[in-house]
Every structure is written in structure tokens, then in C-alpha cells.
Design a protein around this ligand. Sequence first.
Ligand code: ADP
Length: 503
Amino acid sequence: MSVMKGSFVIALDQGTTSSRAVLVDQNGSICDIAQKEFTQYFPQPGWVEHDPEEIYNSQRWAFEEILRKNNLQESEIKAIGITNQRETTIVWERSTGKVISNAIVWQDRRTAKICDALTADGFGDYVRDNTGLVIDAYFSGTKIQWMLENVPGAREKANRGELLFGTVDTWLIWKLTEGRVHATDYSNASRTMLFNIRKLDWDETLLKAMNIPRSMLPEVRNSSGHFGELVHKSHTIPITGVAGDQQAALFGNACFKTGTSKNTYGTGCFMLMNTGDKVIQSKSGLVSTIAWGIENKVSYALEGSVFIAGAAIQWLRDGLHLIKSAGETFECAERSYQRNPENPVYVVPAFAGLGAPYWDMYARGAIFGLTRDTSSDDIARATLESMAYQTRDIAEAMVNDSGIDMQKLRVDGGACANNFLMAFQADILGVPVERPKVLESTALGAASLAGLAVGMWSMEDLSSHKEIERTFQPSLNKSQRNNLYHNWQRAVKRSMRWIEDSQ
Ligand code: ADP
């Protein structure tokens, strides 16, 4: 593909540990990346904070760096897309732009008690029916409530209409447009636990329950559309694409049709399935969320997450010292396979309990099937395989909830580089696994949304941009597959309710 000078989109990919700027050309190819890490603050056990100014400065630095490194003129940048760590909460003063405290990060558990109170007050069903979520400290709503109750003077200022709230996208838009635009997109709004995903408006009942004035909240816009302009020297560059990271990855994987899904293999796994214009009520502990809004039409998604995926590989490396690098698990698994194609060893990495569809916070990690000849290779292989089994757990829940069969799975994230894992994933799901050429699907999703709004490409172009690097076809027959999965389920059962005070 030839890179034509003069037409680029820059995606600002604001993650939990770093801010990146990704340069995308008009063919949808990634040309360059600039990245800067920023500080994580842990002021108390269970608390996680970021400095919003540092988030902005690192993001701005990455943006300027990509222009500088590539010798780009502002006029060559047709649009900016933003994708961001979701749920992280920032509150600032409308008139000065000064934040009232550090950002409370999505991982932060300080509002667990506020959530318990909401549950005790009977809001569980209401939250599920209207926001698609489960009541949890993860989402933004209770984080705002905490700030208003605990930052001196915040409540009075909020009541006088002097404070603004934003998730990270909103904060970046506000900073980049020098305070001219206070807006978010549907996908980010749907992670606040304050947004009614059916009525497509902030939910009065929940605002009242969490005592949050509506005047603080951003305007909710299409994910592909106009969010104002960044003025850079004498040029203006429009911001035209915004989506939360997992939704951006769904878009970047071109999962535009109902029933298409992607799985991201990172520290944890995040699987999202496009459910079209339907909000699906999960019976299995998945959440419903807005995938994106385009031309005032909203698409929904079902989302399931696995807490420990690549993190179990890190444990092999840093905890057990079985391997020196994550990539080595490929050779371990191959050696184990040569010795015994069918692995009798099962690792259940329930280090922090089990999420969907088991939901047991008293489960703990376990290894089953050990014999005198079990090797470290078998254990490494079983750890790798646990990612695929957990993915099947989520996939089954999605199929059950949606009634939509999974035809194939698109993948991204660091661990999908592992060919053994991908082949085993196809085997255990019984559907082809497609690994795209470009694994930066989050940034690509934001860039795609932005370019779409300025006419750089159409949805059809985006589907055809999507180049598959390799498709892994299932090779096991149904009974072999189900046999292995049955053993996995037996292993999971035995690891459940391990902590004794669960009785
Ligand atoms: P995150 O965005 O959550 O930080 P990444 O997408 O960068 O995660 O993926 C990194 C994770 O993937 C790490 O947990 C690492 O252990 C795992 N990982 C990376 N490469 C491999 C590999 N070749 N095989 C297995 N796991 C891997």
C-alpha cells in the first residue's frame, strides 16, 4: 500500500498506564506511534489515582511528538480520534479549568460501600434494566458522589453549577478545545452508571440516588461526529471520533454486524459482541453497553471480562520463575504437546476469585491433574490454555444470553501473538479465530470513527481495510472439544468457595 502524504488521522489512545498518539494513513495503516507513561498513585489500599494534568500533558506530548517525528504539517491531519481508559472520573471547575482532586481510576474500590448502600436500597434491578450494568465501584457514578461528599467545598460548588464532570475523553476534549466543548460519546456515557441506555439520556432517578446535579454532566454525542477543534498554531484540526477503549477495539476489528465479536487478550480478557439495536438482558453476569452511536443510531454490545488472563503468564514469569518471557510459553506448550497431545493438567487462575459466569469471590487458583511426570512445560501450557477456556466460558454466556451463534472470533491484545494459544482457542471454541494484521485495534477504532466523520472512508472501506494476518481453524472434533471443556468445568468447580469464611 502506498502512503499518500497529506491525509492522516491521529488517534489519541489514552490508556491506564500510558498516553499514545497513533498516526494512521488514509488506507487505515498505522504509520507511527509515540508513547509516554504517567504516574500511578496508590494513596491507600484499594485506591488508584491519576493526575488529570499529567494525563493531558502526556497525551499532548505524544501528539506533538508524532507531528515532529514525522515532519507533519497541521494541514495534513484531517481529524483526531480519542479512545480512552473507561470509567475513570475527573471533576473540575467550569470557570478556571482547575481539577478539584486527582482522577479516581476505574480500578479504585473506595466506593464499594456506596455501592452496597445502593444495592440495599433496591437499585440493583433498576440499574441493570436502565444502564445495562451491575452496581459496582468500577463505574463512574459513585466516584463522582464520593468526590462531592469528600472534597471540601465541592458539594456547594456543584449545587451552584460551578463544577463539571468528565470521563477521560471529556477531559481531553475540554482541554484540547480550550474549554469550548464539554461533551462525551455514547460509549463512554454508558459506563457511568448514570446513563439510560434505552432513553439515551442521563437518568434522573440515578442522578437523584447518587445526588449528582445534572449541570455537571457533559452533552452526549455520536461516537463519529463533531467534538470541536484543536487549534494548533494557525490551523484547526477537528476532533471527530470518540469511544471507550473496548468499544473502539470492537469498531477497530470491524465488528459492525450483529453477532460479530472480538476478544482482547491482555492482562485480563475483554470480549464484546455487537448486538445491533437490541439491549440484551444478561442472565449470566455479562453487562450490556453502548458500542457506539453513528448518525444518531446507537448499536449495543454485550461485554464479558476475565480478570486474570495474561496476568497468569506474568505469574509464571515473576512468581514461579518458570519462564523468562511471556513468549516462551509457546515453546513450553509445543514441547508439552510433543510429549502428550492431550494435556491432563488444568490451571484455574482464580487468583482474585472468579468473574462471569461463575461469580465466586471466594474461589482461589488451583492446579489439577498433577502426576509424578508433570513437567513445568505442562503447567505453562495449562496456564496458556486457561485463557482459552475462560474465553469459552464468556463466549458460552454470550451465546446463551443473545441467542446468536458465534461464527468466528476476532482477536487482539498482547497475548494473541501466541500461536499455540490461538490454535487452542479455535479448537476449544469450535469456530475459526481471526488474527488481524494490525493488532492496534483500539487506536485503529478511534481513528476509523474520526475518519468516517470527515469522509476519509466509509464503513465498507473500513471492512475491506481489515486485513487478516492468519486464521486459525478448529482441528478437534466436537466430542474431543467437549471432553476437554468438561474437564475444565470440573476443575473450576473444585476451585470454587475455597476461602472458608464463604460458608
Ligand atoms: P495490557 O494492555 O492489559 O497491558 P497487553 O495487550 O499489552 O496487555 O498484553 C500483555 C499481556 O499479554 C501480559 O499479561 C503478558 O503476560 C501477555 N503476553 C504477551 N505476549 C504473550 C505471549 N506471546 N504469550 C502469552 N502471553 C503473552
